[in-house]
Design a protein around this ligand. Structure first.
Ligand code: DC
Length: 660
């Protein structure tokens, strides 16, 4: 995909389950590979950078077994890698090439490491210098100081303290710390310059400890690894959610109203980037911490699009999440300064230069220094800007927040998010794509109206009633009784349904007409009263929420499925009118007189069905206080569509819906 166009957005709310942390995933994989025993790693991140690590480990002779979704069993080598020769491609994964270089330098083999062009511009000289001090034989195969590298067996020398710089990338220290226990000797690493990104070293030490290796730390200057320590598998491990990825959603909550909750990180996270939530709080956002979640909402005074407070912060401890603050600065009430972010210059791209360029396109006045960035936001954002992403996943993700300023924005080459978060834009849509929820009783015309509104706006369309009808039909076909809640819920959970070109397919069979039969409608109404069935269909319905937006019709679109929908409409008509419409439909469909039910029977049926839908304890049919009432008793379809569009225009002023 060359680009993704994000529509103007007005609010963000909901819950996001975070993908696994990249930093933790790649460290755990490597430690598990070096450990004695097998390690089962759960919730591993599935992305480009972790695939680089998995592929490398497999080619180095490590047994890897996929155990279901995002779970891997790693059979540790109990020391260095068994394969003594290899060419390894590292893509642009810094978290793979740095520690692997250090471990391979101690593995007694001959290896070549290379990556994409940008990887060959990212410094690694300080790490190589450190390794050479203890007798490792690492050579530059291209430019001195950068990959590609060629590694030969080391002639280990008794260790004087290894001296290494701390101010270019903390990954050099991480790489040395993870590899040095392989020497079996007491080793000492001393930093010659101030250490940056300290929280990443904390992650390294924490994970090494879980594999049974302790490091004695003297401040942030000197690290001692006592002799004769071996990595031992702790058995089963779980990867925390990615705290850097959490920053986009938390910022979305702060800018777009919220609350937005991220699940997978919380109060006890070992990732430094959770401190992003504290930074966001100094901007005025309301933050709530849970054990395994964090929630963010807009400042109390601001309301949805309310301004955030200007800031001047040292962000050395959260270099990745800090990029999100640079975009949040567009929504602040004054000049914002991000300090001590020099490491941005050597990341996926020169992030200081790239952020400055893209922020300026949106109208901000930006100044940059060697290790700082200052952003003075313009009173309003420039719409329809095309954001270049420099093959940098974080630039693509953080600039998606611009749309929450109510302006359309284009993100170029959005596929770069695959580095750490392949389905980022789908997940972002699930909290930010506008939903127009149209609820109401049977035969109120809401299906037709909702479909017309969706077409006019170019939005996706969800006929949720069809899912209940499909479930009833599938249950009948499978001979499952409609009284069997558990059995029907199991069918709902695995419904093989496909919506294609206005037709509906069940296991490949076109059932568009079949599900409209009265018996199926009555069956749907019956099974819709089962909580287990409703729960089974919940995620399936929410998955329809995609950019540029969704029109969803049903009974509980506004109350349960999309409670944060910015537009809610309750569409109804008197039972008599609805009965007459249905009666007319039957005549139009050519149903012969002798088969046609009497009008009064149809009306009574509708009243019964309404009563059942309204009286059930779960998700009863009712008009919500925040829904606009559209009574179509004396309206034709065009007038009903126009009434809904009025609602849309009032509640989503940015959308500019066409007049119909
Ligand atoms: O809108 P419809 O007639 O196609 O819906 C069929 C049945 O499904 C209806 O009796 C109520 C139920 N339903 C529901 O409970 N919740 C929804 N969101 C949609 C439909």
């Amino acid at each position: 995909m060359a680009f993704i166009d994000l529509p103007p957005l007005s609010n963000a709310a909901g819950t996001v389950k975070l993908p696994g942390s990249k930093s933790i995933s790649n460290r755990m994989l490597l430690l598990a590979a070096l450990a004695e025993g097998a390690t089962e790693i759960h919730d591993l991140l599935d992305s480009d950078d972790t695939r680089v690590m998995l592929t490398a480990l497999a080619s180095l002779g490590i047994g890897l077994e996929a155990k279901g979704q995002n779970c891997w069993r790693v059979r540790g080598a109990g020391g260095v890698f068994p394969v003594k020769q290899g060419e390894l491609f590292m893509g642009n994964a810094g978290t793979a090439i740095r520690p692997l270089t250090a471990v391979l330098a101690l593995s007694g083999g001959h290896y070549r490491l290379s990556g994409v062009a940008r990887m060959h511009e990212r410094p690694i000289g300080d790490l190589v210098d450190g390794l050479r001090q203890i007798g490792c034989d690492v050579r530059y195969a291209g430019n001195a100081g950068f990959p590609p590298l060629e590694i030969f067996p080391a002639q280990l020398r008794p260790a004087a303290p290894i001296k290494v710089r701390g101010d270019v990338s903390s990954q050099f220290l991480t790489a040395l710390l993870m590899a040095l226990p392989l020497t079996g000797e007491t080793t000492v690493v001393e930093l010659t310059t101030e250490l940056i990104s300290k929280p990443y070293i904390e992650i390294t030490l924490n994970l090494m400890a879980r594999f049974g290796v302790t490091v004695e730390r003297d401040g942030w200057r000197r690290f001692t690894i006592p002799a004769k320590q071996r990595y031992r598998s702790p058995g089963r491990l779980h990867v925390e959610g990615d705290a850097s990825a959490a920053s986009y959603f938390l910022a979305a909550g702060a800018i777009g109203g919220g609350p937005v909750r991220v699940e997978g990180v919380g109060r006890h996270s070992i990732q430094g980037d959770v401190k992003f939530a504290d930074a966001l709080e100094t901007l005025g956002a309301r933050i709530v911490w849970g054990e395994n979640w964090i929630e963010a909402s807009a400042p109390a005074s601001g309301g949805p699009l309310g301004r955030l407070r200007a800031f001047d912060l040292d962000l050395n401890h959260i270099p990745d999440a800090a990029m999100t603050l640079a975009v949040a600065a567009l929504f602040a009430d004054g000049r914002c300064t991000l300090r001590n972010i020099g490491s941005w210059r050597v990341k996926e791209t020169d992030r200081i230069a790239a952020m400055a360029t893209e922020l300026r396109k949106l109208g901000a006045t930006v100044e940059e220094g060697a290790d700082w960035l200052a952003v003075l936001p313009a009173p309003s954002l420039i719409p329809n800007v095309a954001i270049a992403t420099y093959d940098d996943h974080r630039i693509a993700m953080c600039f998606s927040l611009v749309a929450l300023g109510g302006v359309p924005v284009r993100i170029l080459e959005p596929g770069c998010v695959a580095k750490t978060f392949p389905d980022y834009f789908d997940v972002f849509a699930r909290i930010a794509a506008p939903v127009i929820a149209i609820d109401g009783p049977s035969a109120s015309g809401k299906g037709t109206v909702a479909q017309r509104v969706a077409k006019a706006l170019g939005f996706h369309f969800l006929d949720s009633g069809a899912l209940y009808r499909l479930t009833a039909l599938a249950a009948l076909k499978a001979d499952v009784s409609l009284d069997d809640e558990v059995g029907v819920a199991a069918i709902a959970a695995t419904l093989p349904v496909e919506f294609r070109d206005d037709r509906i397919f069940l296991s490949g069979e076109d059932v568009t007409e079949a599900i409209r039969r009265e018996t199926i409608g009555n069956g749907a109404s019956k099974i819709a009263a089962f909580p287990a069935v409703r729960a089974a269909l919940l995620d399936r319905q929410r998955a329809f929420r995609r950019f540029p937006g969704l029109v969803a019709d049903g009974r509980d679109m506004g109350s349960v499925v999309f409670p944060d929908a910015p537009v809610k409409v309750f569409l109804t008509a008197s039972a008599q009118t609805r009965g007459e419409r249905r009666y007319k439909q039957l005549i139009e469909k050519g149903m012969p007189d002798n088969m046609r039910p009497l009008l009064q029977d149809i009306v009574r049926d509708l009243e019964d069905r309404d009563a059942r839908d309204a009286a059930r304890p779960v998700a009863p049919l009712k008009q919500l206080p925040d829904a606009d009432l559209v009574d179509t008793t004396s309206l034709n379809i065009d007038q009903a569509v126009a009434a809904v569009m009025d609602s849309v225009r009032r509640r989503l002023p940015f959308i500019n819906p066409p007049v119909v």
